[in-house]
Design a protein around this ligand. Sequence first.
Ligand SMILES: C[S@@+](CC[C@H](N)C(=O)[O-])C[C@H]1O[C@@H](n2cnc3c(N)ncnc32)[C@H](O)[C@@H]1O
Length: 306
Amino acid sequence: METADEVRAHLDALREAAWELAALVLALEDRTEVSPDARRAAVDLLVTRGLFVASDDGPRPSAALDEVLGGRAPMVAAQTAAAITQPAGLVAGADVWTRQDDEAILAQGRASAQAPMMFKAFVLPSLEGLAELLDAPGAAMLDVGVGVAAMAVAYCETFPNLRVVGLDVFPRALELAARVIDEAGVADRVELRLQDVAALDERGVYALGWLPAPFIPRPALEAAVPRMAAALVPGGWLMLAHGRLDEPGIAPALTRLQTAVFGGTTLEAAEAQALLSDAGLVQVFSPPSPPGAPALAFGRAPQASS
Ligand SMILES: C[S@@+](CC[C@H](N)C(=O)[O-])C[C@H]1O[C@@H](n2cnc3c(N)ncnc32)[C@H](O)[C@@H]1O
């Protein structure tokens, strides 16, 4: 962007985009606090944009938008709302994560529910011995930052013998998590703990540990890695997720901003791997991760010497 006209056009497009996102939320959700006039105008905007089309029963999502919604309009609406309310919270100086309403927190959680299926299909085959460990009776996984437990439930569904222990420091997320595991029928397989991962004090329990750096403050993260390493069973794996900083364009800068806003830790792949190695883990590596997924670094607890 070199000329003032280009900058002006860019800023205009961004301002319009924020309103268009708001219109999409209004059109997809039945918000009683919004006037019918505003909702109608929002739908009109989307018709003009080509996201909604006229029909005998009034405007409805276009076939292409319908495909994107995939029968999950409330989730897409909640994720879209978060894309406006989180930056708005930042501008207002509020704590962006904890001030969100329940729906937004649930939606964010649900977005991570795809992860276990992807993990099983694309990553598990490269983690020596883990498939057997996860399949063993009594196998356990540690889910740090369990949130509303959407991912924990999906792990239970993906690995039928697995028990999940979920830690979080945010009581409201854990209240929602209790509801989510109940509704999914896995309350007997997920243990929720209001506990900072920096205070984890277990040994030789978990086949797999999940640690999402973008949400965990650096002091807690640095304390967590050796504690989680000690909490693995021999041959168990620690999975450290971190933002992707090697992409072209604005994406890495956006990742750094979002990580800072969530109070988490930005890690380059080399630093992520060093944290794992320094904690005594072996076979440390970072597999390629598909676009849209976080970058991952893995380390394995040494096998017990015989
Ligand atoms: C994006 S959420 C995780 C969403 C989750 N996968 C789900 O299915 O809902 C990240 C969570 O990490 C939690 N967190 C942040 N610092 C933590 C810490 N030191 N120990 C444990 N949890 C922490 C936050 O409270 C937040 O709920």
